[in-house]
Ligand binder design. Structure first.
Ligand code: GDP
Length: 295
């Protein structure tokens, strides 16, 4: 019946108009709609609840009912708070190294290899960088081929070592190769597993310790809902990563995982993936995501 949250809140508050000062009960009722919208968008229930209680405090301090469109004012309040919750501003990646070393982490299928290609393409075209892509998945030859295909698509060299079973050695050799050949960014694509597994965690932690990247990025499929949050937590405990990449936002998810992940690991979301093509990458803007989540 209602198109979006703004309409729903307008309707809920319309009935209450004429009561003068907004009361705690009015606000609580409309915030129930907000909570429902957040949960529908995949935000963890506990986080949605905490969030609405913060908004409640703020709303009580404002004369929402005397506004021409109280629902819209409420949505603005909610949107501003959501934007702040997701970090407020867009977050940069650290490109200060010579070369800058970027380590990609995440589960198999999250979109790591695709995103590595997209990031190389973005840094090459938008930042004038000369990236090197590094294939560090020693278990799946198909993964190395996939990175090579991606590298060809974006015109970026791919470093790999057939037969070398030591990802730390491959990474170090790749960094030396980058220095010798004037690459100023090194993007290391690592092996993922279908689920969190101790061997994978140990392997990526070892690479992380050995190469000390300037930027460690955790890639996660936005369609995986609550699992995305748990995976993010586990990777962050081991790697203390610098940023999150939220992929597959071209799917039908509202993207509530963005809020849950940010709330749980308190690390910025830096980029989003919006398709399979190499140019389907965007900087993450918290206010745009808030619009999307609120619908
Ligand atoms: P990896 O195992 O983590 O390296 O994941 P891949 O890069 O191989 O991606 C897994 C699948 O997801 C592939 O079929 C990709 O084409 C697809 N994929 C990756 N990113 C996106 C995205 O942003 N949107 C969509 N629709 N598909 C994506």
């Amino acid at each position: 019946m209602f198109d979006n949250l703004s309409d729903k809140l307008d309707n809920a508050l319309h009935v209450l108009k004429g009561h003068g000062q907004i009361t705690e009960i009015n606000v609580a009722e409309t915030l129930k709609e907000v909570r429902r919208a957040l949960v529908d968008a995949d935000v963890n229930y506990k986080i949605a609840k905490e969030f609405t209680s913060i908004v409640k405090e703020k709303a009580l301090g404002q004369d929402v009912l005397t506004a021409l469109k109280p629902g819209q004012l409420m949505v603005k309040l909610v949107k501003d708070e959501l934007t702040q919750l997701m970090g407020g501003e867009a977050a940069d990646i650290n490109l200060s190294g010579t070369p800058s070393i970027i380590l990609m982490s995440g589960l198999q299928g999250s979109g790591k290899t695709t995103f590595s290609g997209k990031l190389a393409n973005f840094l090459k075209n938008k930042k004038g960088k000369k990236p090197l892509l590094v294939a560090c998945d020693i278990y799946r030859p198909a993964a190395i081929n996939q990175l090579q295909v991606v590298g060809e698509q974006v015109g970026v060299e791919v470093y790999s070592e057939e037969g070398n079973q030591d990802p730390v050695a491959i990474s170090n050799n790749a960094i030396a190769h980058a220095k010798e050949n004037g690459h100023n960014v090194v993007i290391i694509d690592t092996a993922g597993r279908l689920a969190v597994d101790e061997a994978m965690m140990t392997e990526i932690s070892n690479i992380h310790k050995a190469i000390q990247p300037h930027e460690t990025l955790f890639v996660v499929d936005s369609m995986t809902g609550q699992d995305a949050v748990n995976t993010a937590k586990t990777f962050n405990e081991r790697l203390n990563f610098d940023g999150v990449i939220l992929t597959k936002l071209d799917g039908d998810t509202r993207g509530g995982a963005a809020i849950s992940i940010k709330s749980v690991v308190n690390k910025p979301i830096k980029f989003i993936g919006t398709g399979e093509k190499m140019d389907a990458i965007d900087i993450f803007y918290p206010s745009r995501m808030a619009d999307r989540i609120l619908g």
